[in-house]
Ligand binder design. Structure first.
Ligand code: CDP
Ligand code: CDP
Length: 226
């Protein structure tokens, strides 16, 4: 299949990363997790004791941040300035600060430029919040993946219950709702469905069904070009 780009956006816990990784594997494309890049900038900022609300300092630190996404033994690894931070960027502290950092205009411009360079040759499946609207507006396949807030919280709960044993589904649903609110209401490239994106509600779908639907969209695209 001639390489083209696929944009997958949607709210937290909708299944974007899992689905994007599997679609990339099926097509022999490269998976790019843009959320991991915002998390990496957030981790670096907290590590350096920078207040996430100090926009200029956050942007300055982000400019000095060398972020690498590398294939590792257990999936994609995230490195910041030569340090492997794959585990650290998933911490509760990073999660609760990332949407604040993601409102920073300069940080967004910096990361969007990097993301466009990563996709310049095509053959990339990129997931995030603004891929179909801002980063790759010309991507031939765009998906807006969503699910009910409860379903998303339950999925996240299953992933986190061993790491954060005191957490309840209700608390997680609140945490996710707050992050979705900040992501949707921010001024710069908010989380919104691109007009030409195909909406998939995965509340009652199995992973395999979601992946099947996206691969079908890709086949339709290729058939349309033939
Ligand atoms: O996987 P999860 O849904 O927890 O989030 P993520 O994809 O790792 O993204 C973490 C945060 O980064 C989001 O809540 C957004 O605030 C921000 N983000 C963004 O603003 N734009 C993107 N393209 C990707 C992530
Ligand atoms: O990237 P995003 O935050 O949108 O979601 P994720 O990190 O891929 O997490 C979604 C979780 O829900 C994973 O553990 C998936 O196995 C599970 N899941 C799903 O993604 N889609 C379904 N239709 C059912 C379950």
């Amino acid at each position: 299949m001639k390489p083209f780009n696929i944009a997958i956006d949607g709210p937290a816990g909708a299944g974007k990363s899992t689905v994007a990784r599997r679609v990339a594997e099926a097509l022999g494309f490269v998976y790019v997790d843009t959320g991991a890049m915002y998390r990496a900038v957030t981790w670096n900022c907290l590590e350096r004791g920078c207040d996430p609300d100090e926009d200029e300092n956050v942007a300055k630190l982000a400019r000095q941040c060398d972020i690498r996404l590398r294939p590792g033994e257990n999936g994609q690894e995230v490195w910041v300035n030569g340090r492997n931070v794959t585990e650290e960027i998933r911490s509760a502290e990073v999660t609760s600060n990332v949407s604040r950092i993601a409102q920073n205009r300069e940080v967004r411009e910096l990361l969007a430029d990097m993301q466009r360079r990563m996709a310049a040759e095509g053959g990339v499946v990129m997931d995030g919040r603004d891929i179909g609207t801002t980063v790759l507006p010309d991507a031939p396949v765009k998906v807006f993946l969503t699910a009910s807030p409860r379903a998303r919280a339950e999925r996240r709960f299953l992933e986190l219950k061993d790491k954060r044993p005191s957490l309840t589904v209700e608390e997680l649903e609140k945490e996710i709702a707050e992050r979705d609110r900040m992501d949707s209401e921010r001024e710069v490239s908010p989380l919104v469905q691109a007009p030409d994106a195909v909406r998939i509600d995965s509340t009652n779908l199995k992973l395999e069904e979601v992946i099947g639907k996206i691969l079908e969209l890709c086949r339709t695209k290729v058939a349309g070009e033939a």
